[in-house]
Design a protein around this ligand. Structure first.
Ligand SMILES: *Cc1c(COP(=O)(O)O)cnc(C)c1O
Length: 405
């Protein structure tokens, strides 16, 4: 069947009709355990009663008014984010790329109003992903995403992830900020060594640079902290957020300290849809759950359980799994066979995982998963590994018999 959707995705031949907790029901009636969470978006799983109540209640009242008027739901959500983080200000967007774009603009404007308009360069890291706008593809630096879209946006200087000396060397008279994901998501759940983010913070302080964290994937409880920067013991000046904060409703934000935001004055930035009453009502409902006492601790303990289960799988299947890495409920399985084969084998065992760079399968389950579902996930991933081992030895067998003849 031909599709009228622009063919930029290689989609699995699978569509879903319903979701419930960590489970998705396909149009065929088959049920899948979803450990991809729609790419870290379904933070509270599917059909969470509190989110449905918030969405339907606000949906019956008012969806959109524009930012020409006060939006109490957005005011409330911003105040709660400020209360729970390093930040003094919040600007709401509709996506992660827009959140990062706004973060980049805020950093550049800060340098400009500080008398340094020339300091528009930003140091970024190999393997990064920051979105698909013209600025964020340049920041991410993946040639596959940049090629053919005209001159690469100027001012992004990329260095190897985790290399503090390279970061130091990249800082010049035009550098104004450093932009990094505290844990690379799409790049393959790459966790920097302990102390790296702190070293970047010190570098920024020494050179008058702003530290910008892209927490679009790591944020809102995912890593067993409200935000991943808490794991590092240092805070950024600016932070981009999206994915999990809407629980499935498109919502993003960038957050900044008062100082970092000093250039973002009347008229400096804007959005038509961003922070609308419907999106921010759902965002508030997500925070009701994520910030409730014990919830983030639940994520941390489920994350530990998942990691232990995966470590056992690695021991059982050293020919399939090379490494387990990640924090909380953001775990990566570095694979020996191609990740797409693993994802297909997992799908055959009715569990969904998400391919990432570095030949890694990402596990980003809903934060509400329990012990039973984690046990079930490990069982199904074990079966997927066995399936791959079987297929691989089957692929080798004809060669052997051929040689015998
Ligand atoms: C997904 C992602 C983005 C882009 O978000 P969109 O909503 O797809 O624009 C940016 N940064 C990181 C770290 C992401 O994981």
């Amino acid at each position: 069947m031909s599709s009228s959707l622009l063919p930029t995705y290689a989609r699995a031949d699978l569509a879903f009709e319903r979701g419930d907790g960590a489970w998705l029901t396909a149009t065929t009636g088959e049920r899948f355990l979803d450990f991809g969470g729609g790419i870290a978006v379904a933070s509270l799983g599917y059909s969470h009663p509190h989110l449905i109540a918030a969405l339907t209640e606000q949906g019956g009242k008012l969806w959109h008014t524009s930012n020409l008027f006060k939006i109490p739901q957005a005011e409330h959500l911003a105040a709660r984010l400020v209360e729970a983080t390093f930040a003094d200000y919040v600007f709401f967007t509709n996506s992660g790329a827009e959140a990062v774009e706004g973060a980049i603009k805020t950093a550049r404007k800060y340098q400009s109003v500080s008398g340094h308009p020339e300091k528009f360069h930003i140091v970024t890291f190999e393997g990064a992903f920051h979105g698909r706008t013209l600025a964020t593809i340049a920041a991410g630096g993946n040639p596959k995403y940049i090629e053919g879209f005209g001159p690469k946006a100027e001012g992004f200087d990329q260095v190897p992830f985790g290399d503090i000396e390279a970061a130091k060397a990249a800082i010049g008279p035009q550098t104004g900020a450093i932009l990094i994901e505290p844990i690379q998501g799409e790049g393959g759940i790459r966790v920097p060594r302990p102390g790296f983010l702190r070293a970047l913070r010190e570098l920024c302080d020494r050179h008058g640079l702003l530290l910008v964290f892209d927490e679009v994937q790591t944020g809102v409880g995912r890593v067993g902290k409200f935000f991943a920067y808490e794991l590092s013991g240092v805070a950024p000046d600016i932070m981009a957020v999206a994915k999990g904060i809407g629980g499935g409703f498109p919502l993003g934000a960038f957050l900044a300290t008062r100082e970092a935001a000093k250039g973002m004055t009347l008229g400096a930035h804007g959005t038509t849809f961003g922070g609308n009453p419907l999106a921010t009502s759902v965002g508030n409902a997500v925070l009701d759950v994520v910030l409730a006492p014990g919830f983030i601790e639940h994520v941390a303990s489920m994350g530990l359980r998942l990691k232990q289960g995966l470590a056992e799988l690695k021991d059982r299947h050293p020919g399939v799994i090379a490494e387990i890495r990640g924090e909380g409920l953001m775990q990566g399985i570095a694979l020996r066979p191609p990740v797409n084969e693993f994802a297909a084998a997992a799908r055959a065992e009715k569990i969904l995982v998400i391919p990432a760079g570095d030949n890694v399968a990402r596990l980003l389950p809903p934060l509400i998963v329990g012990e039973e579902e984690i046990g079930e996930a490990i069982k199904r991933l074990d079966a997927a590994c066995l399936r791959l081992e079987r297929d691989r030895s089957a692929a080798v067998a004809p060669d052997l018999s051929g040689a015998a003849e």
